[in-house]
Design a protein around this ligand. Structure first.
Ligand code: NI
Length: 194
């Protein structure tokens, strides 16, 4: 299996995506996943899934999306077994927060943790406002709480308790601590308590 081919595919598809699911996000999730690997799992499944996890995401605009069939053909072309391909599809179709699923396999748990870590910390803050901007959301103060700061409370700050691995949880907590500091400073500047 050639991981560079996977990186090339994701780069060609997501290079100009700007709502936070871009190629660099895929690379960071890949690096996070690498750090969470242990001996008792299929490394190829984890690494490939982490890179391609957003390629079929419903949040992506159509022009960035890859069809299931295209993706399957690609995965066959890099010599993954049909069992691995099935496993990869199962992971990338089930890890998103909105589905509320906990992956059954250890590989899936790692990929989910790796993706969630990228929603947290300094990078998580940047991505939240970037996504909000792309979707016409206010920074804060929306009456219906559709603004970016509300997203911290609705989802991001809760992710620490939802991590699957103890290593992932430790890293998540460190990033959440930083986000709480950020919010404190933000409220100080905007003169508001939420
Ligand atoms: Ni993602």
């Amino acid at each position: 299996m050639n991981i560079f081919k996977v990186k090339e595919l994701v780069k060609s598809k997501l290079e100009t995506e700007s709502s936070g699911h871009d190629y660099l996000h895929a690379l960071r999730v890949y690096e996070n996943a690498k750090n969470l690997l242990s001996d008792d799992m299929d490394h190829e499944v984890v690494l490939v899934s982490s890179l391609i996890h957003d390629l079929i995401d419903h949040k992506l605009e159509d022009k960035f999306k890859v069809t299931d069939l295209e993706l399957k053909k690609f995965l066959e072309s890099i010599d993954l077994t049909s069992h691995q391909i099935e496993h990869i599809f199962h992971i990338i179709k089930n890890i998103s927060y909105s589905k509320g699923n906990i992956p059954e396999s250890l590989e899936g748990k790692i990929v989910q943790d790796a993706d969630r870590l990228d929603a947290l910390g300094a990078i998580g803050i940047a991505r939240t406002f970037s996504y909000g901007g792309a979707n016409n959301r206010l920074i804060y103060g929306d009456t219906f709480q559709k603004d970016s700061v509300s997203h911290f409370y609705q989802k991001l700050l809760k992710l620490g308790d939802l991590m699957n691995t103890s290593q992932g949880k430790t890293q998540a907590e460190e990033r959440i601590k930083y986000m709480k500091e950020y919010l404190k400073q933000l409220y100080k500047e905007i003169g508001e308590q939420i």
